[in-house]
Design a protein around this ligand. Sequence first.
Ligand code: PLP
Length: 434
Amino acid sequence: MTGGPKAPDWLTSGYEHIWLPYTQMQTAPLPQAAVATEGSRIRLADGRELVDGVASWWAACHGYNHPHIVEAIRDQAAKMPHVMLAGLANEPAFRLAERLAELTPGDGNRVFFSESGSVAVEVALKMAAQYWHNKGETGRKKFLSFRGGYHGDTFATMALCDPVDGFHTAFRGVAPGQFIADLPRDDETEAALDAILERETPSLAAVIVEPLVQGAGGMLFHDREVLARIRRLCDAHGVLLIFDEIFSGLGRLGTLLAAESAGVRPDIFTLSKTLTGGTLPLSATLASEAVFEAFQSDKLEHCLMHGPTFTGNALACAAANASLDLFATEDRLSQVRALEETLVPALEPCRDMPGVKDVRGRGAVGVVELDIGSFEELTWLRQRFIEDGVFIRPFGRIVYLTPAYNIPRDDVARLCDAIVTIVPEWAARFEKKK
Ligand code: PLP
C-alpha cells in the first residue's frame, strides 16, 4: 500500500508534540488530515473524500454539520457560551434536563451533567455510593460489573472494564478492584451472580451493565432476558442497578433507550456520545426520584458531592436540545430500523469467507468478527479501507459499522461493499483458513 499523498505541514510538525489516544506513535502511520465534514463524508486535506462508517466513535448520529445543530450552537455562542451552574441557571441546561426526564418516564427524573462518558459513569457510581451513605449504610462502596464490559478510561471506570480485554491491564491494582461477573445468560450464570450478590450485598452499592450491547468489548449483544435477570436479582438483594447507555442510548439500537426496548428499568443511567449529535462534549447521569430522594435533607453533606467546572455548559446543552429535536422532526428511529434491515444482510456474504468468525448486528450497528491475529493485520485493514475511500476502523477482532442514522443508502452500500471486498484480501494476505 502507498503512504498516500504528502501530509500538510501542521500535521507533520504537530505530530512531534501531540499525544494521540490509544496509538503506538512510534509505529502508527500518520493519521489522515481531516479538513471538513458534511453528512456522512469526511474531506481530507489532499482533496480525497471518505465515506464515514464510524460516526466519530459512534457519536455523530445525524451526520456531520447538521444545519439545525450548527445554528443552535452559533446562536448560543453569540449569546452566552457558558456560565457556571452553581448560583446561576442557563436555559439550555434546564430545558435539556426536563426533556431528558420526559424521555425516561419515572426512571431518570433527575439529571446531572458532565462532559464525558467516563465522568458520567463516575457520577453514577458516586450517586450510588452516596445514596447508601446518606441512608446510613456506610459500608456499601463496591460495584459489580460484567465480563466483556467497558465503562471508560478514568480510574474508577477502568476497574469496571473487562479485566483481560478491557484495555487497562497496565493499571490493574491502581484503583480498588471491583466484582466482575459473567452476564446471566442462563440459569447457571444467574445462580453464580445470585451467589455473589448474596455474599457481597453488605459491601455493594450497585451493579452496572451496558444494556443489550457491550460496545468497546467487541459489539457483543445480549437479549432483554439477561437484563430482566439482573433487575430481578438486584431487587431481591436490594442493590441499585445502573445502565450505562453511553453507546446503546439515543437511538443506536432502534429505540431511544435500550432500557425501553428491553422493558427493564434501571435506578440510574448514563448518556453521552450522541447526546449532542456528536458535536460537543456532554454527558448526563440520570437518577430515579427514589435515588434523588436519599439526597434530600437539612444537612449540606447529604447533597451530591460533585461539580465539574463545565457542568451544564450552555453551548453543549443547546447542541443537545437541537439534537433531540431531530429525533422528532426527521424520524431518526425509523432510519435506524431501516439500517437494521440493510447492514447485516449486506455484510452476510462475509460469513463464509476464510478468517471470518461471525457476522452480527442490531439497530445501526453491523459487525464482522475476524480471526485477527496481530496488530499488523489491524493496521493493514485500517489503511486499506482508507485507500478504498471509506473510514472504517477495526479494533480488537472486529470490523464494524456504526454510521450516522441518516446516512444515505448509497453510502451504506459503499461501506458494506468495502468490507465484503477487503475481508477476502486480508484473508489471502495473512493466509487465513476457513
Ligand atoms: N461507557 C460506554 C458504554 C462507552 O462505550 C464509553 C466509550 O466508548 C464510555 C463509557 C466512555 O465514554 P468517554 O470515552 O466519553 O469517556
